[in-house]
Design a protein around this ligand. Structure first.
Ligand SMILES: Nc1ncnc2c1ncn2[C@@H]1O[C@H](COS(=O)(=O)NC(=O)C[C@H](N)c2ccccc2)[C@@H](O)[C@H]1O
Length: 518
């Protein structure tokens, strides 16, 4: 019985169905090509041979700078095959952040996909480029002693850096055993299967992209990487998804905003689209309803979870979404894991309607934060309900409400809980109210420092930008729906919400935008 290894799991279909497409992507002339499992495995072995010749040791890191593509997937899996943890970063990563990651993780090698513009970086370790014609090592890594030969299931498969709410990037260390266990659970839950064509739209340094690669290839499906430039025009995005005959699309909620606002009817052309998996933050309900209306036959799946366990639950959105429902269920944990709610006294929440912090028990948890045992201790904790076993569980920092059947309803980040005049305020609840205002398609609320105090300020995105927003009416609407201390001081219409590189609402930029004198 061979140890768990991400390469072996994802290339298993190469033995069974070698001629099936593993990756579908445009070639140099923009013509869609299908790279078979066999061809992908050949590419992996070709890269692995070059890597193996460098005398690296199990556990030596390789920073892989690329967008998702067949070559990038081959590079990640070549590293996995040799027990070299890959650190995926996207080409859009600013030099300063890449420098921080390089200094923190001290890679033996930094490889970049062919065609990327040069960067002004003082090199840390070796350097190389990879693409269709192989892996070229431009600067060999310094050879260290090879102390370990076996690649074990507990060894690190990858390290993903998340900005984290504190801003300092933390490296989430994921072992082969954890990611393989997680992907086997996805296969058991039937998220994708052979014949599926899974479109992945997130940048490679966001584990949502690794999720798409893992789910597609471990299921014998085809991965369809969607490049950024295809995403900013609704027409181009839909045309690409249609031409590639995509059956499942993975993306953050903001992926759908442009096409839902400007050209929703285009979506009816996606006749092969069977499912949409969204993750990363709450999907504003007016937009989710419109997505449901335009894709009536598609299964919409709410993927919830953190990089520290890759994900925790996948819950079908009820179709149609009941009119009165104002929070989305994040259901129950995926096969083999369990989410429990714990109140501030450390006791289990068992009463439906009560709120607690989500703790995740799972065999697929991360090993810890790279070189940061302190931060790790705050998140991988003894099970508060029964600490005597010594089992570590993931303290998610997310609050949820318990439903009648034990399903959970996401409320928000515990650190997004703000205290206003002694009252606990859920920014998400105010956002949910604002999205119920006719004409509003999305909303984000910030607590902005103002003259030595803090005031609630809101930004909304309108269905029709030309319609303009009646601020007094918006505030009056909130005053009708919310307790006084939760009513925003001001509501501003923005043409769009500022987004992070991973496509989530960028709260830091939003704060600055709202705090700027009008
Ligand atoms: N469906 C949600 N509703 C509402 N808040 C959410 C949701 N999914 C995350 N989040 C939030 O985002 C946090 C995790 O952020 S993260 O570490 O960058 N990871 C992700 O966003 C994606 C996650 N690793 C993933 C990857 C692949 C499939 C599913 C989920 C969670 O703790 C939640 O606060």
């Amino acid at each position: 019985m061979e140890p768990d290894n991400l390469y072996r799991l994802l290339m298993a279909p190469a033995a069974a169905t070698p001629d099936q497409p593993a990756v579908v992507q445009p070639d140099e002339d923009g013509v869609l090509e299908e790279i078979s499992y066999r061809a992908l495995d050949d590419r992996i072995r070709e890269y692995a041979t070059v890597l193996d010749g460098l005398g690296l040791d199990v556990g030596d890191r390789v920073v892989v700078e690329a967008d998702t593509s067949a070559a990038a997937v081959a590079m990640l899996l070549a590293c996995a095959k040799l027990g070299l943890p890959f650190v995926p970063v996207s080409p859009q990563t600013p030099d300063s952040r890449l420098r921080t990651i390089l200094q923190s993780v001290g890679p033996a090698l930094h490889v970049r996909a062919d065609g990327l513009a040069d960067r002004e970086l003082a090199e840390v370790g070796g350097r190389g480029r990879f693409g269709r014609d192989g892996l070229v090592v431009e600067l060999p890594p310094v050879r260290g002693p090879r102390r370990r030969r076996a690649v074990l299931g507990t060894d690190t498969a990858y390290i993903v850096f998340t900005s984290g709410s504190t801003g300092r990037p933390k490296g989430v260390v994921m072992s082969h055993r954890s990611i393989v266990t997680f992907l086997r659970a996805m296969r058991a839950d039937g998220l994708a299967g052979p014949g599926d064509r899974v479109a992945s739209t997130s940048p490679l340094q966001f584990d949502f992209a690794l999720f798409g690669i893992g789910v597609a290839l471990s299921s014998g499906a085809a991965l369809v990487p969607v490049r950024r430039e295809q995403l900013d025009s609704p027409r181009r995005m839909v045309a690409f998804l249609r031409e590639a005959e995509v059956t499942q699309v993975h993306g953050v909620p903001s992926l759908w905003r442009p096409v839902l606002r400007h050209d929703p009817d285009l979506l009816s052309g996606l006749t092969r689209l069977r499912s949409v998996v969204f993750a990363g933050e709450e999907f504003p309900l007016p937009e989710l309803r419109r997505l449901q209306e335009t894709l009536p036959a598609a299964r919409l799946v709410n993927g919830y979870g953190a990089t520290e366990s890759m994900a925790a639950s996948f819950t079908d959105v009820p179709n149609p979404l009941p009119a009165g429902q104002d929070r989305l269920s994040i259901g129950h944990a995926h096969t083999g894991a369990e989410m429990t709610l714990v109140d501030q006294h450390g006791a289990a929440v068992t009463e439906p309607g009560q709120v607690g912090e989500i703790y995740l028990r799972s065999p697929a948890l991360f090993t810890g934060y790279w070189n940061d045992p302190g931060a790790t201790a705050g998140v991988l904790v003894l099970d508060p309900i029964e600490p005597r076993h010594g089992q570590k569980v993931l303290r998610t920092g997310d609050l949820a409400r318990l439903g009648e059947q034990g399903e959970l309803y996401f409320i928000g980040r515990a650190d997004f809980q703000v205290q206003i005049r002694g009252n606990r305020v859920e920014l998400g609840e105010i956002e949910g109210t604002l999205t119920r205002l006719p004409g509003v398609t999305a909303a984000a609320v910030s607590l902005v420092p103002r003259l030595g105090n803090h005031v609630l300020m809101a930004a909304v995105v309108l269905d029709d930008p030309a319609a303009g927003l009646d601020q007094a009416e918006a505030i009056a609407f909130c005053a009708k729906e919310l307790p006084a201390y939760m009513v925003p001081r001001s509501v501003h219409a923005l043409s769009e919400l500022p987004l992070t590189e991973n496509g989530k609402v960028d709260r830091a930029v939003l704060n600055r935008t709202l705090a700027a004198p009008r």
